[in-house]
Design a protein around this ligand. Structure first.
Ligand code: GLV
Ligand code: MG
Length: 313
């Protein structure tokens, strides 16, 4: 895994078509935690090969500040995957943090990518293990195998839900990806999907990311949908525009109140356990114990990762 990117936030993951010089030039100006340059579904088949050099050039010449930088290659069932990896990883230099694998169906695909990356890293003078992986779950088969997929390589940093391809794979009667899949009632098959991917990811210490929202002009509906996956515990969601990224940065950060309260819980709990010898205590009208301290610590970590500061007392 990439030591640099593993612990960086991924509240907003901006997608940029790798075939468009104009969009590539604009991508670093968006306020996104994570940028991926796409060689897969946002690039037409007859542009796929030419897009590789554009992506390499963008990685090498643009200022990506300290955001996580990733390239989505084509899936193993196409003719482009190995060429994408050899040309992009072989020439991009150390600023490239990760490769994203779409439509991952089995752990074997991840192992194959890991082996190929090791050879490309050795041949291009990169430290072995430099390139991390993001795996997209976008098919019924991928979902069934998600637990093995998440454990298939130490390079994996994130597991990502791909709702558009997934809806196609399972035959959902939808023509776009809007808030419907997050909020459908009373029995929402996607709640199982969201929970299963989250459990597999967390069991392996991964970031867990929600996919794109295609009604790009409806930011209120995006906020609603993102709020649902954030309430499960997801770390972030794809952004297709810079405006979507701004909404996501807010939704996937703890509120300042929650962040401050988490510090208060940790402070009180420390005094109780270390000085008073008490394991459970009251803070106002809420009981605090070891589990509360763990929850609080996760908010502190998440907020600090996003650059938040505790309010002065
Ligand atoms: C993303 O790749 C999706 O299919 O939703
Ligand atoms: Mg997809």
């Amino acid at each position: 895994m990439s030591q640099r990117s593993k612990h960086l936030p991924r509240r907003s993951c901006l997608s940029t078509p790798g075939s468009s010089d104009r969009f590539l030039a604009k991508a670093p100006t968006a306020k996104a935690d994570f940028s991926f340059l796409d060689l897969e579904d946002a690039v037409a088949p007859n542009e796929k090969v030419a897009a590789r050099a554009k992506v390499v050039n963008a990685i090498r010449t643009l200022d990506w500040d300290d955001r996580v930088l990733c390239v989505r290659v084509n899936a193993w069932d196409t003719v482009w995957t190995y060429g994408d990896v050899i040309e992009v990883v072989g020439n991009a230099g150390t600023r490239l943090d990760e490769i994203m694998m779409p439509k991952v169906q089995s752990a074997a695909e991840v192992v194959a990518m890991d082996l190929l990356l090791t050879q490309v890293e050795k041949n291009s003078g990169l430290p072995v293990g430099h390139i991390g992986l993001e795996c997209q779950i976008e098919t019924a088969q991928g979902l069934i195998n998600v637990e093995e997929i998440c454990a298939a390589s130490p390079r994996i940093e994130s597991i990502v839900f791909g709702p558009a391809d997934f809806a196609a794979s399972i035959g959902m009667p939808v023509t776009t990806i809007d808030e419907t899949i997050h909020t459908a009632q009373p029995s929402n098959p996607f709640s199982y999907v969201f929970a299963k991917i989250l459990m597999a990811g967390r069991a392996n210490g991964l970031h867990v990311i929600d996919g794109p929202f295609l009604k790009v002009r409806d930011l209120d509906a995006l906020r609603l949908a993102a709020g649902v996956s954030a309430s499960y515990g997801y770390d972030g969601k794809w952004a297709l525009t810079p405006d979507q990224a701004l909404v996501l940065n807010e939704v996937y950060s703890p509120s300042q109140d929650m962040f401050d309260k988490s510090f208060d819980i940790l402070d009180i709990y420390k005094v109780a356990t270390e000085q008073d010898g008490t394991g459970a205590l009251m803070m106002g009208d809420e009981m605090i114990d070891e589990a509360s301290a763990k929850i609080a610590q996760s908010f502190v970590t998440r907020g600090e990762r996003s650059g938040m500061k505790r309010s002065p007392k």
